[in-house]
Ligand binder design. Structure first.
Ligand SMILES: Nc1ncnc2c1ncn2[C@@H]1O[C@H](COP(=O)(O)OP(=O)(O)OP(=O)(O)O)[C@@H](O)[C@H]1O
Ligand SMILES: O=C(O)[C@@H](O)C(=O)CO
Length: 421
């Protein structure tokens, strides 16, 4: 094992694991910190998926340190702390506190922070994060229920979360390539900044940053920050070049789509699936609360839908979500949907369903936890940031596509199945 990663949510971990696999590392994703002796096979990279994005900072730090210790003990020479490409955090954290604690743990003088993921239109320029053509603070992320992002200046955002001085490696330095970036890192160590936001607007920037960070014990960022790291190990003769699988051999069984994400991309995907004639059942939190919608009603719908994938979705407009939240409370509205999907997924597996496409990070977390999946092998890319995966270490394996809310093209729910054999 060469590279260890700690991701602050499940779909983010899958996103990173795909990046590492695509760039040629044998990669395994584990759900939570693996216990001592956990069989990691011949993995060269291991991504630990935590659920630490919005929990209290002290808890996020403790969980991340536990994962870091396990990864180091398993042999990791370099660690990645993976967070969202939209830098999802609050004034208190958890990006700053976790990065700081991991630097202390590893005893390193300098680390970097770069959420850029150009394939999904997240770029950093002069320290400012863009989502497509908009500054982060003008994007829909400004209204996120848990981590509203109202400042696009990442130096300022990160500085509010850490005692360590935060600096910037601007694009004109990144454009000089690995040598130039390495010189900027050396200057920072001499001058005082300990955490550097690094500009990146295209994959070549990230590859140069990766090469410059070959000796850095900790890097932090979105999945894009990993794009250039496998090449360092390849150059050192520690891994062989190889490309990931084009298709995934999924266990025989029926398919289903469970969408608990209300993000704009997911809502477009739901609309496209309905327009294409997929059997679709809309689930409303109020109907669950009043007992009108239950696991039985959802299972009956899915069973009646035939052999192709049926869609059960709670995805709704911001207005409808706000209404449900006003009636039930934010937490209860979310929990009702998550628990229902978790129960439906468990019972579907008992009925022989083996192919699950789940939309939404929290929703995926609830489903994977309910299915008791300990680890995931990474299969082919459906869209940037979303692979098919195969559950590992359980006796009834399932194929899972765990989609971050805002990832994927509009026809994602339709085209994903073509990558399974
Ligand atoms: N109609 C609804 N009303 C209120 N809450 C809902 C509704 N539908 C889903 N939810 C809840 O909203 C939350 C959506 O979070 P989730 O992380 O699954 O999706 P996302 O935020 O789009 O994805 P990601 O975290 O990957 O960006 C879940 O807790 C889900 O149960
Ligand atoms: O980086 C991203 O955007 C995703 O992997 C993610 O973490 C979404 O929650």
């Amino acid at each position: 094992m060469l590279l260890g990663a700690i991701a602050d949510d499940l779909t983010g971990a899958t996103d990173l694991a795909l990046m590492l696999a695509r760039e040629g590392m044998k990669t395994v994703q584990v759900v939570g910190t693996p216990p001592p002796g956990f069989d990691l096979g011949d993995a060269e990279a291991v991504v630990v998926a935590l659920k630490s994005r919005t929990i209290p900072a002290a808890e996020a730090v403790a969980l991340s340190l536990e994962a870091a210790r396990a990864l180091r003990e398993a042999g990791a020479r370099q660690l990645i702390f993976k967070y969202c490409s939209t830098f999802d955090s609050t004034e208190k954290g958890n990006i700053g506190p976790v990065a700081e604690a991991l630097m202390d743990f590893l005893g390193v003088p300098l680390s970097i922070a770069c959420p850029a993921f150009p394939a999904n239109k997240r770029t950093v320029y002069r320290g400012h994060l863009f989502v497509g053509d908009q500054l982060l603070s003008d994007s829909p992320m400004k209204d996120h229920p848990l981590t509203p992002m109202r400042d696009a200046n990442l130096v300022r955002v990160l500085q509010a979360q850490t005692r360590l001085p935060v600096g910037l490696v601007p694009r004109e330095v990144v454009a000089k390539g690995a040598e130039g970036i390495r010189a900027a890192f050396a200057a920072a160590v001499a001058e005082g900044p300990r955490l550097m936001i690094v500009d990146a607007i295209e994959d070549d920037d990230l590859r140069a940053i990766g090469a410059a960070a070959a000796e850095m014990a900790l890097v932090t960022g979105g999945s894009g920050i990993a794009i250039g790291l496998p090449e360092n190990f390849r150059r050192a003769g520690l891994i062989e070049g190889r490309t990931g699988p084009a298709k995934l051999e999924a266990p025989a069984g029926r398919p289903v789509i469970l969408a608990g994400s209300c993000s704009a991309a997911t809502r477009r995907q739901v609309a496209a699936a309905i327009a294409a004639g997929l059997p679709a059942l809309k689930i409303e939190p109020l109907a669950i609360a009043e007992g009108r919608e239950t696991a039985e009603t959802v299972l009956a719908f899915i069973a009646a839908a035939g052999d192709g994938p049926a869609l059960a979705y709670a995805s709704d407009t911001p207005e409808a979500v706000a209404k449900a939240q006003a009636a039930l409370g934010v937490e209860r509205a979310g929990a009702l949907v998550e628990h229902l999907f978790a129960e439906v997924a468990t019972r579907l597996r008992e009925k022989g369903y083996t192919r699950f496409l789940v939309a939404g990070g929290e929703t995926s977390g609830a489903v994977v936890q309910a299915l008791g999946v300990p680890a995931l092998a990474i299969g082919p890319e459906i869209d940037p940031g979303v692979p098919w995966t195969l559950s590992l270490g359980d006796d009834r394996p399932v194929a899972l596509a765990l989609k971050s809310g805002n990832f994927g093209t509009d026809d994602f729910f339709l085209k994903a199945w073509g990558l399974l054999v």
